[in-house]
Structures are given as C-alpha cells and as structure tokens.
Write a protein that binds this ligand. Structure first.
Ligand code: BGC
Length: 382
C-alpha cells in the first residue's frame, strides 16, 4: 500500500515503506515477529503485545499476509497450550486459581516454546491485544477469522477467568497491581472477539459480561483526577494509557476521560515530541520512547488534534539512526540519568531496531493520512 495521497511529507511515506519492508524481512518464517533481532535480552523472542501492535501496523498498511502469518503463529502457540489453558480456566472457575507461575508466558521463542531464560512472566495484556488486532484486521480487510476461532475461544476463556488478577504491566513491572492499560487491552480484545462472530453463545455472553465489568472498573477505580490511572488506586498516569484512548478505542479520545488522559500524558510525561513511560521510570535512565509518541499521536488524532499528531510523528521518525533503525528509547531528558550505566552493563546499548517502534510509525502515518483525507473530503463537500 502507499499512504493515501495527501500533504504527507515524502520522507514520512518513504520511512513507512522501509519500515514495513524491515518488519517483513525480519519476520520469522513461522509468523513470529522478533521484538528486536540484535538486542541481547530480546533476541530470539516474540511478544504477543509487541506482535499484535506490529501486526496491526502491517495490516493497516496493506501488508495483509504478514499480519495473517502472525495470527497463524499466535494460533499455533495457543493451540499447543490448550491443556494448560483449560487447567487454568477450570481452576479459576472452581475458585482455586492457579499461581502466577502456572499462567501463560509473556513471550515465546519463534518455535512457540517458552525458552529457558527467566522473564517477568504473567502478563495478561498480550492475550487481549492479539484478539483486538485480529478484529481490526478482519473489519479492515473483510477477512474470515474462522481459521483462528479455536485460539480466539481459548484466549477469551483465559481472559474471562483471569482478568481481575494483578499481573506485570506493559513494562514488565509492578506485578502486585491491576494495571489500567492491561484492563484496556483485555476489554478491547473481548470486544473484538465478540465482533468477530466466532464465539459460541455461552462464551459470547461471558465475554460481554467481563467487558462491561472491566469498563465499569476503569471508569471508577481506574480514574484519578479525571484521567485514567497507571493502576487501580494509583494517582499517576502511564503513557501506555494513550493506547486505551487512541488505538484500542476503549475510552474515546474525544470523551472527558479520554481528553484528560491525553492532557495528563502531555503535561507530565512529554517533552517536545518525546514521551516517557511514567515519571518514576529508571530503565536505561528513563528516556523517551518513539513508539509512545506514536501512541499519543493516534490518541491526538482521535481527539481531533491532527497538528499535534504530526509533530509527534516527526519527532518519532527523527529518532532513527543513520541506518534508518528506530530505537526502543532515546536518552534525552533522562528521568534518572544515574541509572543508565547499570542497564548498559547488563544488556548492552538500547534495542535498535525495535520492530514495535517501526510499526507504530507506520500506524500513526496511516492514521494521519486517513484523517487528512477524510478532512479534505469533508471540506470539498462543504
Ligand atoms: C518492554 C516491553 C516490551 C519488550 C519487548 C520491554 O523492555 O518493557 O513492553 O514488550 O521490551 O520489546
């Protein structure tokens, strides 16, 4: 696909194209997207979270086959774990939930196994985001999701049985809390699983009940000073919440909590166009994440602020190295400069390229081009 013809600068269109090529080149033959091919701690692994957002970016850009290969891979991974999943669900239903260590991993090796490296496992969001990405893809391209229906059903059972549990967040931290962006990912996934029309009546009703309960919780204990909060009961904001307001469409960007969340991220976490994860971040000194600038940009578009979204997109693209590779974060306006060295010693320099960063640039470029085209059409009609 080429981006819709608008006044989008040529450099952005070219960057999106080369990003899609890079992602497709690095995608494993079995469909997994590596998080980062060269970074010591990530090499050889694919995350459902990163992968779902990457698949959505590729799908939005017309790289249909690549997105579907990822969904195939997710299905294979989940089917292979159906026994574990059924045991988790049965135990939860019986009122004796299994311990965190018995829950599904956060990331997998490309062959679908869990790998031997220790990780901050038990994160629920990815099992929602992959469902959300399938739903978006099917709506966008008219795809029949029947071939993924078994894995979709297993994921719905898993989420319905376990969504109330505390778990690690997007940043693989703070396992003792229930994170509002994790809840948003689960709600989006359940909503899309229902919309796909592949669930039996019992599962569909259970998914709808869980989605409604999650939304209720997000709009009560999940709010602080009018904005979505980092975890239930927290007063802080986290930039991952931009996805809940923007891309995942769980809290509308032009609603009161949507606008308040965008404003809080802009005010507390953003310097120029660069977005920090949260104020107490110390990972590699707590720099600015281009993928979060893009997440915020999409939320801005959806709240009607295309100009700000363009600034955020330009900022994200400008973080690319001379070889065109986007990093996970840049070390500007560091929140905890004294904490950089320990991470460099542990894992080496910041991940670059990070495929999720590339995918988010693609996704925001598509979002903006589509919104610009819609606005031009509306003007022409007026
Ligand atoms: C981030 C995760 C991400 C993973 C792979 C971690 O450092 O905290 O959000 O899924 O890297 O990109």
């Amino acid at each position: 696909m080429t981006l819709p013809q608008t006044d989008q600068p040529r450099s952005i269109a070219e960057f999106a194209e080369s990003s899609a090529d890079l992602i497709e080149r690095l995608q494993h033959a079995g469909g997994a997207y590596p998080a980062s091919p060269s970074f010591s701690a990530y090499a050889g692994y694919s995350w459902f979270r990163d992968g779902a957002f990457i698949a959505d970016g590729m799908s939005s850009y017309g790289r249909i086959g690549s997105a579907e290969r990822f969904f195939d891979w997710c299905s294979v991974v989940l089917d292979a774990r159906s026994g574990q999943l059924e045991a988790i669900v049965a135990a939860a239903r019986a009122g004796h939930p299994l311990p965190d260590a018995a829950m599904l991993p956060t990331r997998f090796m490309f062959d679908g196994t869990a790998g031997d490296d220790e990780w901050w496992d038990f994160q629920l969001d990815g099992y929602g985001t992959w469902l959300w990405a399938v739903g978006e893809h099917a709506r966008r391209h008219g795809t029949d999701a029947a071939r993924w229906s078994r894995a979709i059903g297993l994921s719905v059972d898993y989420l319905v049985s376990s969504w109330r549990r505390p778990c690690f967040d997007w940043w693989e931290e703070h396992a003792m809390h229930v994170h509002v962006s994790t809840l948003g990912c689960i709600a989006a996934g359940l909503r899309e699983a229902i919309a796909l029309g592949v669930l039996d009546a019992g599962r569909e009703a259970a998914a709808a009940d869980a989605e409604a309960a999650i939304l209720e919780l997000m709009h009560t204990d999940g709010l602080a000073d009018g904005h979505l909060s980092k975890w239930l009961g927290s007063r802080a904001v986290d930039a991952s919440l931009a996805s809940v307001v923007g891309l995942l469409g769980v809290v509308p960007g032009d609603s009161e909590p949507g606008r308040a969340t965008i404003a809080a991220i802009e005010r507390e976490l953003t310097v120029d166009g660069g977005v920090h994860r949260y104020v107490d971040d110390t990972f590699y000194g707590g720099g600015q994440w281009p993928l979060l600038s893009c997440m915020l940009g999409i939320a801005e578009v959806r709240s009607g602020n295309r100009d700000r979204a363009r600034e955020l997109l330009d900022w994200a693209v400008a973080t690319a190295g001379a070889d065109g590779a986007l990093p996970e974060q840049v070390g500007r306006h560091l929140l905890a400069p004294e904490r950089v060295d320990e991470w460099v010693e542990r894992w080496g320099p910041v991940a670059q390229p990070l495929l999720w960063s590339h995918a988010m640039v693609i996704r925001l470029a598509v979002e903006l081009a589509t919104a610009d085209a819609g606005a031009s059409e509306a003007e022409a009609r007026a």
